[in-house]
Design a binder for this molecule. Structure first.
Ligand code: PEP
Length: 251
């Protein structure tokens, strides 16, 4: 989208021991990359690595994010991570409502909405994920599902600064399958209209990322689609050369 600076965001999911942080060094040390020049870049690491990841990219043009947060900032919630903790550890962003969280942990739109607000409260930008299942796509209800998830998961008062929407068709995540360019264009256009209707000028410049099997070989096509303001990248973000190659779609 004109006048929206693209973002390429990685999601390491439940992958990465300490030595995986070497990949961050490779990313920031690549000469003449688009990162920091034409685009912003972010890696969402497992909670155990947020602190060290943030330390190792300090002062560099690569941001660090978490992959989930609790809706509250502290309290009796054994095993959970608060947004304020991610912020304190050096994160600037947090993914909320990833389809794996919705499936594995029964997260509803209302829960995702509360988590996004918790992220804001802690000073984090929330990356709110939505997307239809294969069944829903086959039933022809994609746009309806997307509209419902947007309405429920994106809190009132969302701005282009505190919120990023990620469209991730569930059937395209980790499968190697991607929607056609026309299907991506259609969904992103519908998201743009919904965001603009609800949030006015902020909605016009809120980033809408595409996620689902983005890799170097399809990045140029997917990232060139109208209203695709960057990517959320899972598998291909684990290896710095692949992540960098995706970023190069903007060069
Ligand atoms: C994701 O987990 O957000 C994702 C898009 O995964 P992948 O790129 O591996 O499909």
């Amino acid at each position: 989208t004109p006048n929206i600076r693209p973002l390429v965001a990685g999601n390491w999911k439940m992958n990465g021991m300490g030595d995986q942080l070497d990949e961050l060094r490779v990313i920031i040390n690549r000469p003449n990359s688009a990162i920091g020049e034409k685009i912003d870049a972010l890696i969402c690491v497992p909670a155990t690595l947020v602190w060290r990841a943030a330390q190792s990219v300090e002062g560099e043009k690569l941001s660090i994010g978490g992959q989930d947060c609790h809706a509250k900032q502290s309290g009796a919630h054994t095993g959970d991570i608060a947004a304020s903790m991610l912020k304190d550890a050096g994160a600037s962003h947090v993914i909320v409502g990833h389809s794996e969280r919705r499936t594995d942990h029964g997260e509803t739109d209302a829960i995702v909405n509360a988590k996004a607000r918790a992220g804001w409260e802690a000073g984090l930008t929330a990356i709110i994920c939505i997307g239809e299942t294969e069944l829903q796509r086959k039933a022809g209800s994609t746009l309806e599902i997307i509209a419902m998830q947007l309405a429920g998961s994106v809190p009132d008062n969302a701005t282009a600064g505190n919120t990023i929407v990620a469209y991730e068709p569930v059937w395209a995540i980790g499968t190697g399958l991607t929607p056609t360019a026309e299907d991506v264009r259609e969904v992103h256009a519908s998201i743009r209209v919904a965001l603009s209707d609800r949030f006015g000028d902020e909605g016009k410049v809120m980033r809408i990322l595409y996620g689902g099997s983005v890799k170097p070989s399809n990045a140029v096509e997917l990232l060139g689609i109208e209203n695709v303001d960057g990517a959320l990248v899972g598998g291909a973000s684990l290896k710095a050369p692949d992540f960098l190659a995706i970023c190069e779609a903007y060069h």
